[in-house]
Ligand binder design. Structure first.
Ligand SMILES: Nc1ncnc2c1ncn2[C@@H]1O[C@H](COP(=O)(O)OP(=O)(O)OP(=O)(O)O)[C@@H](O)[C@H]1O
Ligand SMILES: [Mg+2]
Length: 232
């Protein structure tokens, strides 16, 4: 199986070298746990170090905000955008879309196709619920998107906002079953933590590890362990 490096130092050691190629990975966690930073670092690493174009679809946070947040990390995103290696799109949900999920999916997939993207981010799938209330329809929308991105060999990170409890995997109870992998991120004073909840086809690590965010970006400490009891 081909593996796609995550771009997060220390994380690949936990998942046999990286995400399975063409898979979909849910990055699940409460507010401010580092989901968006992880996603941007994944795309930045792909574009800069692996010649893999990436597309970031944001459904809530504005592209300028995302851009601004990453300036602290000194990632030079502009040249990558100019070389068509990185694209950031704000996707505005509208009320009509819920009756035309195929059309909405096609719009996102077209953005990926336009730059031959190998890495994709959807931040967040929770925002789908703005215009899809029924869980069955939400499930179908997510299924459609994941499968279409798989067909064009994109390895996709999808963020999911949970209420923040340590056992919360998702918001609607359907997201976790559709994806190939789940990374859960936590923030409890004063620990940031990550663990691999699921990774299909992978003999992954089962412990909780420290997650660090500094001016250099995000890292995981694969040697250190955080006790489950220390997380609330
Ligand atoms: N340079 C930095 N050094 C240390 N910590 C930082 C730095 N930049 C951001 N952070 C931390 O990262 C957090 C935000 O991360 P991020 O935006 O990825 O979270 P998120 O999970 O996407 O949140 P939300 O659910 O609100 O979208 C901030 O609240 C802050 O604690
Ligand atoms: Mg975010």
């Amino acid at each position: 199986m081909n593996r796609v490096p995550s771009g997060i130092p220390g994380l690949d050691e936990l998942i046999e070298g990286g995400f399975p190629e063409s898979s979909s990975i849910l990055v699940s966690g409460g507010a401010g746990t580092g989901k968006s930073i992880m996603c941007m670092q994944y795309l930045y690493d792909g574009a800069k170090n692996h010649q893999q174009p990436g597309v970031y679809v944001t459904l809530e946070e504005g592209p300028h905000n995302l851009w601004w947040n990453t300036q602290r990390f000194k990632w030079d995103l502009l040249p990558l955008e100019q070389q068509n290696m990185l694209r950031i799109y704000k996707f505005e949900p509208t009320a009509e879309m819920k009756d035309n999920l195929e059309e909405q999916t096609r719009k996102i997939v077209d953005k990926a196709k336009a730059v031959n993207a190998k890495r994709m981010v959807i931040d967040s799938v929770t925002a789908f619920s703005f215009w899809i209330e029924e869980p069955a329809k939400l499930r179908y929308a997510m299924y459609l998107l994941i499968e279409e991105l798989r067909k064009i060999n994109c390895t996709t990170l999808l963020t999911c906002e949970t209420i923040g409890g340590k056992n919360d995997l998702s918001r609607f109870g359907v997201e976790e079953f559709l994806v190939d992998g789940i990374l859960q991120v936590h923030f409890t004073p004063h620990n940031r933590a990550i663990w691999v909840r699921k990774m299909r086809g992978t003999k992954h690590d089962t412990r909780v590890h420290p997650l660090n965010i500094t001016d250099m970006g995000m890292t995981v400490d694969p040697k250190q362990e955080i006790m489950w009891e220390a997380i609330t």
